[in-house]
Design a protein around this ligand. Structure first.
Ligand SMILES: [Zn+2]
Length: 279
């Protein structure tokens, strides 16, 4: 038995990691660990190919099959649909794996496969062969390294050192509007549509559930306890600029993401713009 029928998972059960990009909690933790490792070892920030190239709902599978033919799976059978050959399975298309060794594809491939193995992703399991396509056959289990690496209370991370230098997701709240967001340094900002979204994201980030809501709301203390930072607008502008979101910092009211939106870091947005111009 699989958790969902292929392509039928509600997006609200998944973590939004980019525009049109959703992953189950376990896969999200593995992916973030892989991004961190690739950055640490090779100074390459791996990104998901623009489009529905994490989880792919059934209607999008139908659309992609019509557009791509044999390069997209028969609708209802895609390994991007959270089931594959009767098993739970999540898939990600990695846009820039060749950057792991520019100009040397066999070395880049060796590094890519090694990173995948370190975090538990599977390579080379679909045909025709797609080198960029990686799979996770345990998508709903948050691996132990997520708790060890990300949860500060279980590690001896130096406290004074800036935790903003690594890719640990940071939950924050704009005090003037009461809206909460998650920022992944170097990557993007997403807004929480509701309390469920906040708790799900906080769990994906820390491996620990924030306290159950009382009267469908969390107190500021509960939010701070769950790792959420509270910012007034002046501090938020300053901090966002520091985190490579200068464009957002310039106009908080209009550029902070709405619940259905996503904002990329300035540097990543440039990479995406260049990728879209090429395709
Ligand atoms: Zn794929």
């Amino acid at each position: 038995m699989t958790r969902y029928e292929n392509g039928r998972a509600p997006l609200s059960d998944l973590i939004k990691v980019g525009d049109q990009q959703y992953l189950p909690v376990g896969t999200c933790a593995r992916w973030r660990e892989m991004q961190r490792l690739a950055w640490e070892k090779y100074r390459v920030w791996l990104v998901i190919t623009p489009g529905w190239n994490g989880y792919r709902p059934l209607d999008i599978q139908i659309q992609y099959r019509a557009e791509l033919g044999v390069w997209a799976a028969v609708p209802g059978y895609s390994s991007h649909g959270l089931t594959y050959n009767g098993r739970d399975c999540a898939a990600i298309d990695v846009f820039n794996w060749r950057d792991l060794a520019p100009g040397n594809e066999s070395l880049a491939w060796a590094r890519f496969v090694a990173l995948c193995r370190l975090v538990g992703f599977t390579n080379d399991f679909v045909s025709p062969r797609e080198q960029w396509h990686i799979g996770d056959f345990d998508p709903f289990t948050v691996p132990a390294f997520a708790a060890i690496v990300i949860n500060p209370s279980t590690t001896a991370l130096p406290t004074a050192q800036s935790e903003e230098d690594d890719d640990m997701p940071i939950n924050f709240r704009r005090e003037s509007t009461g809206v909460s967001y998650t920022l992944i340094p170097g990557y993007g900002i997403t807004a929480h549509a509701n309390l469920h979204g906040f708790r799900l994201t906080a769990f994906g980030n820390t491996g620990a559930w924030p306290p159950a809501p009382v009267n469908d709301a969390l107190s500021t203390d509960q939010r701070i306890g769950a790792g959420e930072r509270q910012f007034n607008d002046d501090n938020l502008r300053w901090w966002l600029a520091l985190m490579d979101f200068e464009w957002v910092a310039q106009d908080l009211d209009n550029r902070l993401p709405k619940p259905s939106e996503y904002r990329y870091a300035d540097r990543l947005q440039k990479i995406y713009d260049a990728a879209l111009a090429r395709s």
